[in-house]
Structures are given as C-alpha cells and as structure tokens.
Write a protein that binds this ligand. Structure first.
Ligand SMILES: [Zn+2]
Length: 249
C-alpha cells in the first residue's frame, strides 16, 4: 500500500480543506493537488491560487501521491465530487465544511488582529458581503467572543454595508463587547468539541442497505462506496437485482 494514502493527520486534513476552499465548485481534484504541490502552471497562477495560505503544503510530494491523499479525503467523506455537466468538481461534505468554516473564520479574525496592530482604519468590508451566511454568523460570534474593543470600528464600518439580518447581529456583537458581557464558555467548548469530532477519522465499512424494491438487505461494499463517491453518485437504495428490473428504471 502506498504510504501517501495512509491515514492523514488533522493538520493535513485541514490544509487540504483550506486549499479546496479556493476552488470549491470551480475545480477538480487535479487543480486541488496542484495548489498543494505549489505548481506554477498557468491556470494556477491565473486564478491566483499561489496566494492560498497552503499553496505548496505538499511541495516535496509527487502529484500522484497528493492525488491519493485527496482521494483519501473523498473516501473518508471530508470532500465530495459533484458533476457539473461532464466536469467533476470538488465540494465540501457537511463535516468538511464545518472544519473549514472554523479554520477560515479564525484566519479572518487573525487578519483583523493584524489590522489592529498596524492601525489599519476604515478597511473595505465588502469582502464579507454575500459570503456564506453560516460562515459569516460564526465569524461574528467569534468576534463577539473575543471581547476585543479594537474590533468595534471595523464592525461599525461593516454594519453600514451589509444586509439587515447581518447588521442586527453586528449590533448585538458591538453591544456585547461594549458591555463586556460574560462569555458563554460552554457554547465555545461545545463548538470546539464538535470540530474535534468532525476531525475524527472513521474508516469506511461495508453497509447493509435495505432495498426499496424487494425490501431485502444488500451489502454495499467499501469498494463500491469508493467508486460511487469518486463518481459523485449518491448511494443506491435498491439492490443490484432490482436495479436491473425495468420497473425501477
Ligand atoms: Zn431488491
């Protein structure tokens, strides 16, 4: 067995998810591998993928071995394949997105901290508009939890340009920081635990699926699951025999 496909560490999982975020719904596994390889190929440079923080994360690895790692991510349900016409594109699984959202909001928060240090005033906040709502709400939550007064001017600038729902959340965050309200440590802990749980690797096992046609259970092997995942197909709900039956076609 190739060592490249051995179980990935949490650090590797996070790095691959971070790289995937740069091409999500736009690129496939090869482009993802090229970011991690640190490729200088035209397409990579044109899309400015060299600016991704994990660009070159696997620079000493061969592209084929990086692809095996990406396939491992698909087999273990951190990433999924979706077909757009004929193109297989990389998308996040639920748990993959959960992990990426957590590390990405941390990244955005670090940037704000950097702004504070250099005294950056009046930043253009349009980069946060029209982003994934769930991610933005998590970001506001983390800003609120930071109780960092220096963030208030940024929140105010941001509040001016965003939609009402977000504006309202921003206002709540500003108030919490201003009043130095107690932090809900239990909520923070629960969130951290959920991320650790999402990072736990579960080895795929053969599944017993109840057929909707004949109502008998059939085995859907790890190998078959792998094939279906790589092809971006949802798992079957009918056994092989019933699938061949023209009634169900
Ligand atoms: Zn059946």
């Amino acid at each position: 067995m190739n060592t490249a496909a051995n179980q990935l560490t949490a650090e590797e999982i996070k790095a691959i998810l971070r790289a995937a975020d740069a091409i999500i719904y736009h690129g496939g596994r090869t482009l993802l591998a090229k970011i991690l390889k640190g490729s200088k190929e035209k397409k990579v440079m044109e899309l400015k993928l060299d600016q991704c923080p994990v660009y070159g994360f696997y620079k000493t690895w061969k592209l084929d071995d990086i692809l095996l790692k990406i396939d491992w991510m698909i087999d273990h349900e951190f990433l999924e394949i979706r077909y757009d016409r004929k193109l297989p594109l990389i998308v996040f699984s639920r748990k993959g997105w959960q992990i990426q959202m957590d590390q990405y909001t941390d990244e955005l928060l670090d940037e704000w901290r950097k702004w504070v240090r250099v005294g950056h005033q009046n930043p253009d906040m349009s980069y946060l508009k029209d982003r994934n709502r769930e991610m933005i709400l998590l970001l506001i939550e983390k800003i609120k939890e930071s109780r960092e007064k220096a963030f208030i001017p940024y929140l105010e600038v941001w509040g001016k340009i965003d939609y009402n729902k977000i504006k309202q959340e921003i206002r709540i965050a500003i108030e919490a920081i201003n009043r130095n309200e107690p932090i809900d440590h239990l909520a923070v802990k629960a969130r951290e635990e959920a991320i650790n749980e999402a990072l736990e690797v579960e080895e795929p096992v053969d599944l017993m699926i109840k057929c909707r046609g004949c109502l008998k259970r059939f085995t859907f092997s790890v190998g078959e699951q792998q094939f279906f995942k790589q092809k971006g197909l949802s798992f079957p709900n009918r056994c092989r025999k019933c699938r061949k039956n023209p009634i169900w076609r």
